[in-house]
Write a protein that binds this ligand. Structure first.
Ligand code: OOG
Ligand code: NI
Length: 471
């Protein structure tokens, strides 16, 4: 007797197909996204032509050009738990906790995590990730008791993810993938769950929430969730900014995050533009259904740099505070201009120096046939001596995560109204632990993941040299 083995469509392929399906849907919904993707491709091809192999230090041209992150917003712990199960089907796990409630002057009542692959091989196969925000309905600074109650009821009554989708997702997560027909079905249902709903929006309820926060209205004022944006990755975000502006697309005032400078790109730089108003149907107070428009989605693009260690992140946060202090102290230049000076004063000029200083994460690689430096007195080899001798090269570990301040800046710059917030009320307590409890799995720490990756490569190097390598 023969046993039939069905080949499974594994997580990486499901994820790659999910990213493509969402991009096709979003491109049809938001035409400016298609322009953004075209311009991103042109930017990446230009950088590759100008810089050759060096352009691929932070990821192959193929990976970078295919790379996207999405953003979605949900309204309750139940919805967050369910969307976590959907993403697990695609090998995407919660990483990082971002509290946006205090990160912006506007009213942004959400906390967030990102679902993404964590294994370096899975990231290399397809790094698709989704920045996922959940409404902090229990935060009294934003929602009074009657609004909170109504919000909870409204969100409880809707069903973003069908039982069929959740069952397929759980099966894909448990079995490492799905047979071809079930994989197709999973992709269809999962993509559809993020399609812009055509169901009428209750005008009065939406407007009530909008006065508190446009973000709250986009989450709790509509009958379904939707992709808020899909973000391509570019190798030169300043070039992209120029090219989009030349095409007549108004970008937000500046690129968020670290400045452009001659040294290494750290962490993440992002910028965005407001998408056009989209047609939606509304139910008015008198029961009539009319066509109107909403302008809540936008286009975003990003450039990724090297991941930082805990010490590097501390330094980064101090540099950001230093930039703020200089501007508050009267420096009239833009944030980016001031930041460039601060960067020049405090950061090493190369990735290898950042890594050797213990500030950034790199993977180390032995150069075939190169002569080794002298050992230290204790018999070990120092990483610095190995690098200086040309025996070891350092490849950057890419920052795979997000920045709360940039995220808040992106949220804020796409709102027309600051909303309202009662700073005197007591905020609700959120943290990675609370999200982990909701999701039933640990929200992992971005810095730990990047430092572990570096440590594994150092361990492998020590094993290869049969000598401890000290860093
Ligand atoms: C998310 C905003 C943050 C990013 O890339 O930092 C963000 C949202 O608008 O839902 O997308
Ligand atoms: Ni984004």
């Amino acid at each position: 007797m023969t046993t039939m083995t069905t080949t499974l469509v594994a997580h990486a392929e499901l994820r790659a197909r999910f990213a493509v399906a969402l991009a096709e849907m979003y491109g049809a919904e938001v035409p400016a996204y298609t322009t953004l993707v075209e311009v991103s491709r042109a930017v990446n091809a230009g950088v590759a032509a100008a810089r050759g192999a060096d352009a691929e230090r932070l990821g192959s041209l193929e990976r970078v050009t295919a790379e996207r992150h999405g953003a979605i917003r949900v309204g309750s712990a139940r919805e967050l738990e369910q969307v976590g199960r959907v993403f697990a089907a695609f090998g995407m796990h919660p990483v990082g906790f971002y509290d946006l409630r205090d990160a912006s002057a506007s009213s942004v009542p959400v906390v967030s995590t990102a679902f993404r692959p964590v294994d370096p091989a899975e990231l290399a196969a397809n790094p698709f990730r989704v920045f996922t925000s959940v409404l902090a309905v229990d935060d009294a600074r934003f929602f009074d008791a009657p609004t909170r109650e109504r919000l909870e009821r409204f969100v409880e009554e809707r069903h973003l993810f069908s039982d069929e989708l959740l069952a397929l997702a759980d099966r894909a997560a448990a079995e490492g993938g799905l047979p071809a027909a079930e994989a197709d079905e999973l992709l269809r249902l999962a993509t559809d769950a993020f399609r812009l709903s055509t169901e009428p929006v209750d005008r009065a309820w939406y407007s009530h929430l909008e006065r508190i926060s446009a973000v709250a209205a986009d989450i709790g004022g509509v009958p379904a969730t939707h992709i808020n944006h899909l973000t391509p990755r570019v190798l030169d975000i300043d070039d992209l900014y120029r090219r989009m502006s030349e095409r007549g697309i108004t970008m937000i005032d500046e690129v968020q995050g670290p400045p452009a400078w001659e040294g290494p790109d750290v962490l993440l730089r992002q910028t965005s533009f407001r998408a056009l108003a989209e047609e939606r149907t509304f139910r008015e107070a008198d029961g009539s259904v009319v066509t109107g428009s909403l302008r809540v989605r936008f286009g975003e693009v990003e450039q990724r740099g090297i991941a930082l260690t805990a010490a590097g992140r501390d330094l980064y946060d101090r540099l950001v505070a230093e930039v703020d202090a200089r501007r508050a102290g009267g420096d009239p230049r833009t944030r980016v201009e001031v930041a460039r000076d601060v960067w020049r004063e405090h950061l090493p000029r190369t990735e290898a120096d950042l890594v050797l200083a213990g500030l950034a994460c790199g993977e180390v690689r032995l150069v075939e046939g190169a002569a080794l430096p002298d050992r230290e007195a204790d018999g070990s080899l120092s990483l610095r001596a190995l690098v200086d001798a040309g025996a070891v090269v350092v490849d950057p570990v890419v920052y795979e995560d997000f920045l709360p301040r940039s995220a808040a800046g992106i949220f804020q710059s796409n709102l027309t109204d600051a909303g309202t917030k009662d700073a005197g009320a007591v905020g609700a307590d959120y943290g990675a632990d609370r999200l982990s409890a909701i999701l039933g799995k640990t929200v992992q720490d971005p810095i730990a993941l990047a430092t572990d990756q570096m440590q594994r490569s150092l361990d492998a190097l020590s094993a290869q040299l049969k000598t401890p390598v000290t860093h």
